[in-house]
Design a protein around this ligand. Structure first.
Ligand code: CMX
Length: 432
């Protein structure tokens, strides 16, 4: 039995009893009200999704299993996956064992490579990543277990097998997409002596600078999870709730991540920064930037990398990347523009008065760092995000299979039904 399975089997009774106790004691308790605006507005702030792996508060941002992300910036992605899935930090021995598991299968299967090579040259790298994961689905231990009639309360073990297969394969696939699409098409052999993220950094073939490997490590740590209500996580856990296996679920989740208001924002953000650089022939002054932001807002465009559906402060993941740039003295033009935007945009957005959160999210700087090390093909950035986010969504899927969550099925309402519901409530209130 592998290291993670052992630990999960140990914490399983705790997860299940916590959930059962909550249901038994408070099953009927009303904990929230929903307004018409929230239903029309994408269920914003409605507490309706169970997610134990991480939480995001408006005033502080991401915590992984209760630990603020800024306290985890030295961790490895393996450590984060272990923490997300089990609720505990691994010992060194556990971390190494998990690392061995996740680096056990980095070679891209030939049929996946053939598929990637056959895709249209204009295919977006995210479409390639999503398709490649679907092409790995035939390996699903979960699907076989379900077909073999394995008891529902043991399906998590097979979901875990799939998660390990998927995560150990996704770095090689992502690197292959990069090499095929943007470089000479030759894949770089993995080195089994390296850990998961260092191997990924190596297979991308961008740089042998150890700071590059450190950036890839940090990138995979910071993007791994952001609770359960964001588009990619919610999609992933919804698909998995139908007992579709993790390959289907993560592929679907990545399709959501590919949207410009979600994961694609890092691509958009760098495009914006490059546009600024080109327009001014280098780094503009704060005043020039301020004017440019206003022009953008007046023409109805958003400022990429700023605002957030939940956060109301600077995203701590932005701070972590900012600190990384400071630590290594990175000051190329894109990074400098990203830093200047931080001095200018919050004030502009506040004055503009629309965005509820004028502060930067993680995407405001992440791309500039990748660019500085030579990963200049920014349509690939969301793939980097996706490799990382697969960690968190796998952990969330595992949790739901462990505690036996049912199929996700919120009730939808028509506009007329919603109006009638609102009428009824206001009528009752007016008689009170
Ligand atoms: N620039 C300009 N206007 C903005 C803005 C920004 N950065 N952020 C929000 N607004 C506007 C919204 O478009 C909205 O305008 P309308 O009322 O005309 O539709 C208004 O302010 C209110 O929006 P909000 O409630 O503050 O924000 P939402 O929860 O609706 O949306 C987000 C959140 C992230 C989609 C939005 O802030 C945005 O588009 N930001 C730029 C894109 C971006 O950085 N996305 C990455 C998010 C991180 C992630 O999920 O990965």
């Amino acid at each position: 039995m592998d290291v993670l399975k052992t630990k999960l089997a140990e914490v399983l009774p705790l997860f299940r009893s916590k959930r059962a106790r909550l249901l038994e004691q408070y099953g009927d308790t009303i904990v929230a009200n929903v307004t018409v605006e929230q239903i029309i507005g994408g269920m914003r702030s409605v507490p309706s999704v169970l997610c134990d792996t991480s939480s995001v508060s408006p005033s502080e941002g991401l915590r992984i299993r209760g630990i603020p992300i800024l306290q985890l910036t030295e961790a490895t992605p393996e450590e984060i996956f272990f923490l997300l899935a089990t609720g505990e930090r691994p010992t060194d021995e556990e971390r190494h064992a998990l690392s061995r598991l996740l680096t056990s299968n980095p070679n891209v299967p030939q049929h996946v490579l053939t598929l990637l090579e056959a895709m249209c040259p204009t295919a977006h790298p995210m479409a390639m990543l999503s398709a490649a994961l679907l092409a790995m689905e035939h390996q699903s231990a979960f699907r076989r277990a379900y077909e073999d009639g394995i008891a529902k309360d043991r399906l998590w073990e097979y979901a875990l097998d799939d998660c390990i297969t998927l995560l150990s394969g996704i770095t090689g696939i992502a690197a292959a997409i990069y090499r095929l699409k943007f470089r000479d098409g030759l894949l770089i052999e993995p080195d089994p002596s390296l850990d998961w993220s260092t191997n990924f950094a190596r297979m991308l073939g961008i740089s042998s600078d150890s700071r590059w490997a450190d950036l890839v490590r940090l990138y995979l740590v910071l993007h791994a999870d952001h609770e359960g209500g964001n588009v990619s996580a919610f999609t992933g856990i919804t698909v998995a709730s139908a007992l579709s296996d993790p390959f289907y679920a993560i592929s679907a989740a990545l399709n959501g991540l590919a949207g410009p208001l979600h994961g694609l924002a890092n691509q958009e953000c760098l495009a914006f920064i490059l546009d600024v650089r080109q327009r001014f022939g280098g780094v503009p002054s704060n005043e020039q930037l301020r004017q440019l932001c206003w022009d953008r807002l007046h023409s109805g465009q958003v400022i990429p990398g700023y605002g957030h559906a939940v956060l109301r402060v600077t995203d701590p993941r932005f701070t972590a990347f900012y600190n990384f740039a400071e630590k290594y003295g990175l000051d190329d033009e894109c990074i400098t523009i990203a830093k200047r935007l931080y001095q200018v945009v919050p004030e502009v957005l506040r004055e503009h008065g629309k965005a509820k959160n004028p502060f930067p999210n993680v995407d405001a700087i992440s791309g500039s760092l990748l660019y500085d090390f030579g990963m200049t093909e920014f349509t690939f950035y969301t793939v980097m995000f996706g490799v990382s986010r697969a960690i968190g969504i796998c952990a969330q899927i595992l949790f739901h299979r462990m505690v036996g969550s049912p199929i996700v099925r919120p009730k939808s309402v028509t506009l007329d039904e919603l109006e009638q519901m609102a009428h009824r409530v206001t009528a009752v209130q007016s008689t009170q």
